[in-house]
Design a protein around this ligand. Sequence first.
Ligand code: PLP
Length: 391
Amino acid sequence: MLELLLPPPVDPLWDLTEAFGADTRPERLNLVLGVYRDESGATPVMAAVREAEIRLAERSASKEYRGLSGNLAFNRAMLSMVLGPDGPDGPAERAVAVQTVAGSGALRLLADLICRTRPGTTVWISDPAYVNHRPIMEAAGLTVRTYRWLDQEGMLQDLAGARRDDVVLLQGCCHNPTGVDPAPDAWEALAEMAVRDGWVPFVDLAYHGLGDGLDADLAATRMLAQRVPEVLLAISCSKNFGLYSDRTGCAVVIGASRASLRHAETALQNAARTQYSMPPEHGAAVVTAVWEDAGLQASWRAELDAMRHRISANRTALVEQLAALGRGAEADVLARQKGMFSMLPLSPEQMLRLRGRFAVYGTTAGRVNIAGIGLDRIPCLARGIAGVLEE
Ligand code: PLP
């Protein structure tokens, strides 16, 4: 059987990470993967997470199986965090939530739900998109079309082609890979189009808290959930709780009414049952313990804010250094971006030269992790960018 296996495509990000591992230059910088790093280059366990883990270990709750929806208190915490305190008629009242294997698992489970509901549904993804959006949607059997992202007029024009019951995958904030989000009026226009044309917004939330602050980053998602009858949410706790390897996330389905949801949770559970049965408990228990304890939640929010401020200080320093090196136009492009990623205004050839000459590793398309570098190394990055632009 195995001789029939064709050489599979190599994951470009892991390929670059391997190349970085083999690079012996002391000044090398790995800005490829989307992982938060502190000034010392470490990806820390957040203080509130550590404290919650200690408390959980002391309580040593049983590791008995959970149900197919995972940790129910965690699901409630996710609804409360993402949709906000919204009273009895708010979207949380017409939502079901199922714990998933991180954000990727939520994307896949919801894609399965869409496919079971209407096989072959068209899902629109941004161009450029998060590298896994197309593969996950296609693996579930959906038809993928793209809409322009960086040109917001173009985005609205492309999405005018979305039909009733199509699904439009949007990133709620801190767009990966560009770092550029729609302006508030563009979000409003999207909500109006979704209501008028009958397509379903599917919001991927992976970086809330790392752009303008937790509530500000969730504002567009909350507005869509208020205005549009049906909305899907894929929530990741990987970045904002630093729980990357604990695979913690949640799939949410918001319906027009409570009654419209009667099959949604079972459909998600069935999709989970045929893939992995139940999600891992640990990360969900930690997030719940943090969310439900006022002190731990305050500590988590403060640390998340500090992470966000570090990212934004790095970006500001890069913008200033580039401007000082006579690269004002490129600096202006970067100044409009936010969140963990920046898209450098460099061609794939220039990105290769940045790697070859300056040992700076970003993706070939130009994405760099702004959280992956210490403030003291920003001048090197700026000199590298200016250097390849001058060649
Ligand atoms: N969505 C986006 C936009 C992402 O950038 C990522 C991870 O980088 C994910 C979803 C999935 O994250 P995870 O499965 O690690 O929670």
